[in-house]
Design a protein around this ligand. Sequence first.
Ligand code: GLC
Length: 560
Amino acid sequence: MTVQERQRPSADPEAAPWWRQAVVYQVYPRSFADADGDGLGDLPGVVSRVDHLAELGVDAVWLSPFYPSALADGGYDVADYRNVDPRLGTLDDFDSMVEALHSHGIRIVVDIVPNHTSDLHAWFQDALAAGRGSAARERYIFREGKGADGAEPPTDWLSVFGGSAWERVPDGQWYLHNFAVEQPDLNWDHPEVRADFVRTLRFWSDRGVDGFRIDVAHMLTKDLTEPLPSRAELAELPFDGQHPLIDRDDVHEIYAEWRRVFNEYDPPRTAVAEAWVDPKRVPLYAHPDSLGQAFNFDLLQADFDAGEFREIVSDNLALAAASGSSSTWVLSNHDVVRHATRYGLPKLGAAQRGRGAVKQGSAWLLSGGTEPELDRVGGLRRARAATLFVLGLPGSAYLYQGEELGLHEVAEIPAAERQDPTFFRSQGEEIGRDGCRVPLPWSADLPGFGFGVGTPHLPQPAWFAASAADVQAKDPASTLSLYRRALELRHQWQTGETLEWLDTGRADVLRFRRPNGWEIVTNFGAEPFPLGDGKIAVSSSDISDGLVPAESTVWLAPIA
Ligand code: GLC
């Protein structure tokens, strides 16, 4: 089946653009499959596993950064935006990968990281060499320090990864880095910066890329008029489009230009914004004149709870409708503790929610995975139920590699082998994100569990054997079999982008119906729920006697 034949239906199956209700599978390429045996996943590795993706039934792959990088932040420190890291392959390998995916009807979305480059990017190296006051420094955000000899940073701002957001260079100036020291922020007031990213978008679009995921899309533009506010002053400012650093209205001028570029292509290239902003402002990013779609991270930050899930779904469907886009649903990605593990730990409670989903499970990770005790079986049961709930929702679902194997977060990574800058910048107070980035187990009995013949770049735990893809493929009750069956039915049954909630008489049971009669019932509670009539087509747990078991989801077939 080719990409053209695999258009996903919507309200009008013929007319809906492919992305509106797509299942997009995130590949973190350094940990997916290693074809050359150097311990690091690569692009030929992705090609070697295209059959897995096709059998799973995904519509698109989102590839996290594969560009040349010193890996100060897992590849989100890009040294060259229009090339492939030599350890991951070549541009020819990239083209072969696009061809392999497209020939299986799978689209490809690549990650664009526009807020910052790597410190090894030619522009930053030029800026260092050219010195203060040079044109090369204008592409970044350089300032003089404060205090005697300018030895204090220009402000007391903190980076997202911990520590100061400013770093001093040998001639005494400081540069801004909202993330790692090795990720200097670009100056988006500079016309060359704008022009270069347009060139990058065209470069990959011309190579057949179908869409883009835009990293920290809400942070590119900044108002750095002196005097700069202090951290305390910043904390008082509202996020109303005029904040000096976050979610500024003027960032949409950039995306309007990008949209014009995307629309030069047939079909138009798509984009999805990673924007950690007030929900009311998400539609600005998701609007068809802007990036066109935006991630909704609410479920990442929620407990496995009927009330929370229902509210999040209703709110986000309304937001998506307001923007003209479709909603997105995410339970796991490369930045957060895997959802099987989150749901196996004590509930968070509303008070602790926030971007801190990254932090959910952090106490458990800090204890090496011992405190509090992880309920591995219950966590996976709830994760399967949540996934089946999400896959029935209108809009697109973003899956993260390994969740189809029901993988838990890996806690047992020795400090000496950790890679995430969060761990180093916080002096070990935060463990960081390595535990969801451990190379995948493909085969129970092969070295590296079939990831590759070399030593994997992050250590795999022995318990990966039981979750290996080859073991699960043979087991009709496995999580892999559940994902395959669910995606197959989802493709067959996909329908208009709406739902109707049905009364269940129970606060811990949600039931909704899609326009064609497809029904999804999730029992978040401990007591079985009697289903009444209806033919169960797929279920996240063993089912008998017309009861939906505790912490389980079932799908009922649409009306024939
Ligand atoms: C995004 C990415 C994350 C990265 C950060 C800085 O949040 O998802 O992995 O560390 O941006 O680029």
